[in-house]
Design a protein around this ligand. Structure first.
Ligand code: APR
Length: 245
């Protein structure tokens, strides 16, 4: 049954002229980075997003928010890409070799796709490895490590992580690129995402509407599962290497 679905997925990927991949926190779980919504272990099972991941929370308590993201930044810096990340980098190479299009759209802010050699990556929710100032968006390449939060050298405003918080708009270019890819691809691979957060959650449906095959890789069912072409039940690090030819 599973082998059959994996074989079908591999064939669809091998024959595709245009592949789009959407990843979520699940692909980094095997690198030791907690997901957001997995019971008990997920970040939102332990912390309240409204206390840590909104501009209002930052204005209310900048120190706590800065420290929380600093801890997550250190965790991401220590983490290594896993077999799932590496398989997607290899798939991008295989597509390039046969002239097929490939784009990787991620909701993750950990930078592990780049670290594993992926190149055509769209970071929909920004990156925890980047910092900018709260008032004017000035990028900061260095900051006072004792500042909590440190201040922008250009305007003196508080620095914040360059990630998209709840209630904030996504980077325009990133969302446009993701929507274009979803509308154009032959195959969309949805990997390690609960499909609960918009607008990322709409990308697979946009691909289905455009006639693409959607393949979901996740150990658990999601709201997307009843709609997909193939649902591959398991961990990204185990399944993705079996899909790359
Ligand atoms: N391989 C594949 N999928 C996995 C694995 C694994 N090893 N482990 C867990 N998963 C799945 C879970 O079953 C779940 O469906 O990954 C999914 C993780 O879901 P979430 O924690 O909701 O993460 P995500 O979908 O990326 O969240 C979207 O929400 O909090 C915001 O901005 C944050 O980008 C994030 C967005």
């Amino acid at each position: 049954m599973m082998d059959d679905s994996v074989a079908k997925a591999r064939e669809a990927i091998r024959d595709a002229r245009s592949i789009a991949v959407l990843t979520g926190a699940g692909i980094s779980a095997e690198s030791g980075i907690p997901t957001f919504r997995d019971a008990m272990t997920g970040l939102w099972a332990r912390f309240r997003p409204e206390d840590l991941a909104t501009p209002e929370a930052f204005q209310r308590d900048p120190r706590t928010v800065w420290d929380w993201y600093a801890a997550r930044r250190a965790q991401a810096a220590d983490a290594l890409p896993n077999a799932g990340h590496r398989a997607l980098a290899a798939l991008e190479e295989a597509c390039a070799a046969r002239g097929a299009e490939f784009i990787l759209v991620t909701q993750n802010v950990d930078g592990l796709h780049h670290a594993s050699g992926s190149r055509n990556v769209v970071e929909l929710h920004g990156s925890i490895r980047r910092v900018k100032c709260f008032d004017n968006g000035h990028p900061a390449s260095s900051w006072d490590p004792d500042g909590a939060p440190p201040r922008c050298l250009a305007c003196g405003a508080m620095l914040r992580p360059d990630v998209v918080w709840f209630g904030e708009v996504l980077p325009g270019g990133a969302l446009d690129a993701a929507l274009r890819a979803a509308a154009k691809c032959d195959v969309l691979l949805s990997v390690g995402t609960s499909g609960l957060v918009e607008p990322a959650a709409s990308l697979a449906f946009a691909a289905l509407e455009a006639g693409a095959a959607v393949i979901e890789v996740n150990p658990a069912a999601t709201p997307l599962t009843p709609h997909v072409t193939l649902a591959l039940r398991g961990a990204a690090g185990e399944i993705l290497p079996r899909l790359v030819v």
